[in-house]
Design a protein around this ligand. Structure first.
Ligand code: GRF
Length: 201
């Protein structure tokens, strides 16, 4: 199973997936990394790992349709089977979404369907969880469709919200679990325990 990544910033989830592949815990190959951010740590990690990487953004491709095509071309050229969004802050274009329908995963740092949707990214998510007085939070791995954070849920993990938590302390607790559940869910896809409707190239 060839995995293609889209990441905007740190890429720690991407790294956890790559590490799982290298360690043989995930029977898959990381084949390409795409970032909209030319300076991202994610692209740096790709270079360190020797994984082909591309900076594709509104800067490199001002026309949205051209950008969509460029992203799709890169994924197809590297024979990607499953696309893993890992902190990707942009929406995918319609061509990429259609081609990989049912084979694009994302991880969200809360228990969807709560605390998702437009504007719910980064610390905003954890601020919202704390403000709502939730007793628990967690992470959700889900399929991506046209809507933000609305696709079918594949896996969830829960963590407690502790008294005195700040968005940062909660984020750190959730992130530890993200790094476990994302590779584990991909392994279930690789072994056929989870069957994606859109599987096959
Ligand atoms: C994670 O919290 C993930 O849930 C969200 O964006 C963050 C990405 O972090 N979608 P990283 O780039 O993987 O370190």
């Amino acid at each position: 199973m060839n995995i293609g990544f889209l990441a905007s910033h740190g890429g720690s989830n991407m790294q956890a997936i790559i590490d799982a592949c290298r360690a043989g815990r995930l029977h898959a190959a990381p084949v390409v990394v795409i970032s909209n951010n030319g300076d991202s740590r994610a692209l740096e990690r790709a270079r360190t790992e020797g994984i082909p990487s591309y900076h594709l953004s509104g800067t490199t491709h001002p026309d949205p349709d051209g950008l969509d095509r460029a992203i799709l071309d890169a994924l197809v050229r590297h024979n990607v089977d499953v696309v893993a969004l890992a902190g990707y802050m942009k929406k995918l274009g319609p061509k990429t979404l259609a081609h990989f329908k049912g084979r694009i995963l994302n991880i969200h740092p809360a228990l969807l369907p709560k605390h998702g949707g437009k504007g719910m990214w980064g610390m905003h998510v954890h601020e919202a969880v704390i403000a709502a007085g939730e007793k628990e939070s967690g992470a959700t791995v889900h399929l991506v469709d046209e809507e933000y954070d609305r696709g079918p849920i594949l896996a969830q993990v829960r963590v407690p919200v502790m008294p005195g938590d700040t968005p940062e302390t909660l984020a750190a607790r959730v992130l530890i679990q993200e790094h476990i559940i994302y590779p584990a869910t991909l392994e279930k896809i690789a072994t056929g325990e989870i069957v994606l409707a859109g599987e096959g190239r």
